[in-house]
Structure formats: structure tokens, C-alpha cells
Design a protein around this ligand. Sequence first.
Ligand code: SF4
Length: 546
Amino acid sequence: MYSVHYPLAVDNANRQLLEAERRVLNVTPAGGLRIGVGYPNTYSVGMSSLAFQWAVELASSCDDVGVERFFADPAIAIGRTLETGSALGDLDVLAWSCSFELDAVNVLTTLDAAGIPRLRGQRNHRHPLLILGGAVASINPLPLAPVIDVFVLGSAELLWAPLLTLVRENPDRGRLLLELANRDGYFVPAHHLGADHRPNGKRRRIEKREAHMADPAMLPASHVITPHTEYRSRGLVEMSRGCPEKCKYCWVSYNYGRLRCYPSEAILEKVERIAQITDRVGFVATAVGDHPELAEILEECRHRDLEVALSSLRIPAMREEILRPLAESGARSVTIAPETGTDQLRRRLNKPITNAAILEAADTALRCGIDSLKMYFIIGLPGETDEDVTGIVDLLRQVQEMMVGRGRERGRVGTLHAGFNVLVPKPYTPYARQSMLTRKEARRRLQIVLDGLAGVGNLRIDRPAYRESIWQAYLSRGDCSAYAALDMAASGCSLGELLTSHRREIEASALNTVDGNPVWQFVTSAPVKKTEPKAPPEMQAKHVKG
Ligand code: SF4
């Protein structure tokens, strides 16, 4: 475990956060090239993101690079780094890991706080190079294209560390951007947008192949734990990439490709590393329950007295050999996503799981010692009828009755948590061109659910935030002109004012089906092949420090 000494100039709030951290990696701010890795939200949200922690670790594995973190957190100085309190404008590179469209606004507010001009055209080579990676870059980078110099399209392991090498080798900013523009995996607006601000060709995403997954240096895991996150001192390890399913609304499955799992030995090596600083471990992936050796991994964690949690499980993975060791390792709740209430609609959205299978899965979980369940639903799936919505009520009532029955037997009744979202059509999915529900219709359908569940005990319902959803839909399918709305939002305009002032564009984009060739559809996913891994030299040359 590493301890870190901070400059006296660091604010008290920063110092308290830093002192609460435990680390297995010595990430130093000192280096020839100064990199800021940022998360466009609070410290707590950012440090809960494994992708963000991984971007920090990968950057620190490069030679002669000093790495610091920054956040858009009002509790600590925005526009300065966490570790040394340096002004962001004094760094060479600022790179955000951005997972949610709504956080794009915080990229702009961070630049404002740092005194860095928002627009690319108003900056020069003396300003830091601005990079953005993560899901937002691949879903649709266009609303942020007037701001960001380089978007990273795909796996950080294959693109982020090589990018830093190129930055070191090309001190001339113009030459660097040209070099990146000629490579797959990067979207460089200065080169890839035409005079009409539309992409002038296709760009390719680069994803890890199966053979890359066998390399332990390519396996993301937490290197810092802190009590100040959503997971409270839990270290995270990625289990797999991709998913065996292709649910029609799911951007992840259409972009990350088919399921590829990390070897269990490599996963357990990372668990061992995390166990130096915490006894709480979380396994994350889009299909965490589909790892063929998950039962053995959980058993091993139980032997080591580690408390384990899993991100959401696919319903077919809710099997006794997974759930029992999970419950014995201290997990009290599991999350599943039935999405809708009838078998017919589930089949149509390419998730051929029956209500009977969901009830059986819930019963297995409760039998194995899990108390509480979280179930997620989407309102407004194409073809949804009132019968499908009523089916959600019936399903939740049955699960709740089951939970109360099992709970009474052991003298402890858990909570059923039902989370609702409104469908936000995502680029590159079969639903990409669909329209969103109007607010009025979303409200009507949700009311069917609320009326049907009135008076049901031990049930917590999270209602969808419609305004955030339509704003997200606009940013997901917007072109460069969507920057104008982001600009206003970052200048203090409330979401309500924004939805009024930009109502025509936002509704035209979100509430209509899309015809023709949409401007945002310019990133192609390279097929995920099994063979010929070619890890970048940065990753081949050395194992990531730790
Ligand atoms: S099972 Fe989950 S991750 Fe897989 S395609 Fe469906 S929604 Fe996406």
C-alpha cells in the first residue's frame, strides 16, 4: 500500500479526500508530460467509475508522465487538480472519461473554471490538448465536437496509452492531430468535420479482441478505494466485455460485441491486489453472471473472507451455484432487468425471457439468502401496449408477495426496488431511429403502474426523470448544433429553461422517428475477432505497475 505526501497548498477538502484513500499503485503527479484525467461529475461519482480509475492507471503506466485527477465537484476546487491543486491550464493534456451524455455540460463548466476557452477555435497550442473517451465519445461525439480536440473511440487499453506516446513524440500540435486523424479509433474534429460541420467520412471504433482479454495487463481493476463513493470502499474488477444477448435498445451489446471473458486466474490476481486495501470486492460487467467460472471465483472470495457484490445479473444467470456463494459472501441484494411486463413484448425486443423464468429466478435468489431485489423497467418500448404496462404491475406484485412469504419464514423481509426509465433511443441500436414517448404519454403509462401498485408494502419505486431523458435523447442524436444548448446549460440556464428555449429542436429530434442517413451515424464498429491480438507497445513492454 502506498502513502502519498501532498503539497501544503492543497485545500483542506482535497486533503481530506486524499487522506481517506488507500492505494495499491503509486500514481505520481511528477513527469515530463503533465496529464489531468478528469471525470465530469463529483469526486464520489467519478471514483465509483472503474473506467475512470482505469484511465488513470493506464496513463501512469506510460514513461515520464505525471498524472493527476480532476472533477466537476463543487465541494473541491473545480478547474484545479485534486493532488496538487494545479490550475488545469498549466497541464499538457486534459482527458475526460465520460459515461453519461448529461455530464457533457460539466466538461464546459470545468473549462470555464480553469479559464480555458470552451471552443477549439479559440484555443491554441499553449492550451492543454483536450481529449474525451468513454461511452459518450462513441455514442455521439458531435455535440461536443466544437470543444474537444480528440475523441477516443473504443478500448482505452488500445487507444489511450498509444495516444500519450504520440503526444510525447509530436510536440507540434498540428502534426499530432494529423497523425491521430490518420489512425483508426480517434475522431479528430479539426480533420474529420467538413465546412458544414458534418463528418466527412466514417470513423472506426477499436475494441479489445478475445486474445487481448488473456493479457492480465488489460484487465481493469480499482487501484484506489475510498469510503467516499457509491460503493463505499469496495474495489471493482471487470469480469468480461460484451454480452451474449442483443436487446434492441442496448447500445452496449451492439458496440462491445459478443461476450469475451477474462481468465479467472487474472481476475483473482486483481482480487488479491485489491485485498491489500479492502475486504470488499465488486465484480462488474454487462454480463457478469455469464462468466463460466463465476461460481469458482465467488467461492474463492468466500474462502478469503471477502464481501462480494455483483453488478446486475442477466436473468438466466440467477442460478443457485452463483447466488448461494454470493449471499454467503455478504450480498443482500441483486439487480435484474426484466424491462417490461409481458413475454410477448420481451420477445419483440429480443430478450426472450418469460415472466415464469423471472419469478423462478427471484425465488432462487430469496431461497439462497438474498433479501432484496432491484428490478429495472423501460416505459415506451416500441409496440408497448397498456397490457404490457399492466404486466409490470402483475410481475412486481408477484415478486413482492414471494419476498414477503420468504422473508416471514426467516423473520426478515427485504425491499423490492422497482426502477423505471423512459426509452431513450440510442445510436447504433435497432431502436436508434425510434421516437421517444411524449411527456404526457409517459406520465399516463407510469400512472397505470403507480395505481396498480398503490398500497403494496416493502416496495420502493424510482420514477423516470422525463426532462433528463428527453435532454439525453437530444444529445444522443444531435449534431454539432446541439452544442448551442450545451453552451447555454453550462452558462447557468436551467434544464426547464433550456427545454423551453430549444423546444422545437429538442422535440423534433427526440419525439420523431429518424429517416434517411442520420448525421450521427458515422462510427463503425470493427468486428470483434478472436485472433491476432496486437497490444500497443506501451502495454506489451511492461505490465502496468502495481
Ligand atoms: S442482457 Fe443487458 S447488456 Fe446484454 S444486450 Fe440485454 S440489456 Fe444489453
